[in-house]
Design a protein around this ligand. Structure first.
Ligand code: ZN
Length: 210
C-alpha cells in the first residue's frame, strides 16, 4: 500500500504491518527530501505550505508526512524519547504520537467480547482522545514559545520561511526533543515526575538507541 512506503522496520513493527525493502526506497526518500526543501513554514502558526503534513507536535522542528490513517504526530527523536520515558514507567508509549490507535499500542477488536477486558480497552481509547487534545495544546504552546524566541533573534518576523531555514534556526536533535518532552511533562503531567524522578532529567530522556 502506498501509505506504507516510507516506513522504517521499527515503524512497520509499531504499526503491525510487515516491513519490506520497498518501504525504504531511496528514490521516494530523495523526492520527499526535495519536497521538504522547497516547502515553507508559515509564521506564526508553523503550518507548512507545499507539503502534505505538519511539523512534529512535540518539538516543532521536523516535518512529518500526512499518511492517514498511519500518520505520526511526533518525529523519530520525540518518539524515542517517549519510548524511553514510557519504559522508565514500565510501559511502551506515554503520548499518543500515532494517528492510528494500534500505533500507540492499543488495539480494540470488534470480536473482543463485552466485559472487563473490552471496557478497559475502551477507557484507553478515550484517554488517547484526551491525549490528542493535550498534545494539540502543547503544540500551540511550543509554537508560541519558538516564535517568541525568534522575534528576539531577528528584527522582523517573515510571513513564511523555507523549511531548511526554520531547521537552521531550530535544529532537531535528540537533545531538543528531550528538552521539549520534559517541558511538556512538567506542564501537563507533573505527577509523573513525582512517580519517576528520572523523567525530570533531560540527559536521561535523551539517552538510548536511534
Ligand atoms: Zn519532534
Amino acid at each position: 500500500m502506498e501509505t506504507h512506503e516510507y516506513l522504517t522496520p521499527e515503524e512497520a513493527r509499531a504499526q503491525g504491518v510487515r516491513w519490506r525493502p520497498r518501504h525504504a526506497a531511496p528514490t521516494v526518500r530523495s523526492k520527499e527530501r526535495e519536497q521538504i526543501r522547497t516547502s515553507q513554514v508559515v509564521l506564526p502558526e508553523l503550518t507548512i505550505v507545499g507539503w502534505s503534513g505538519w511539523l512534529c507536535k512535540v518539538c516543532r522542528r521536523v516535518p512529518l508526512r500526512n499518511s492517514a490513517p498511519w500518520s505520526w504526530f511526533g518525529c523519530g527523536s520525540c518518539r524515542a524519547v517517549d519510548a524511553r520515558a514510557a519504559a522508565a514507567l514500565g510501559g511502551k508509549r506515554l503520548l499518543p504520537l500515532g494517528q492510528h490507535s494500534i500505533m500507540n499500542g492499543v488495539g480494540i477488536r470488534l470480536s473482543t467480547p463485552d466485559g472487563p477486558g473490552r471496557s478497559a480497552k475502551f477507557e484507553q481509547l478515550v484517554s488517547i482522545g484526551q491525549g490528542w487534545q493535550e498534545l494539540d495544546q502543547w503544540r500551540d504552546a511550543e509554537t508560541a514559545r519558538l516564535v517568541a524566541e525568534l522575534r528576539d533573534r531577528i528584527a522582523e518576523l517573515p510571513e513564511s520561511v523555507p523549511v531548511p531555514q526554520w531547521q537552521e534556526w531550530f535544529p532537531a536533535s535528540r537533545q531538543a526533543s528531550a528538552d521539549a518532552y520534559l517541558r511538556l511533562l512538567q506542564a501537563q503531567q507533573p505527577w509523573l515526575l513525582d512517580i519517576e524522578p528520572r523523567l525530570g532529567d533531560v540527559t536521561f530522556l535523551a539517552k538510548g538507541e536511534s
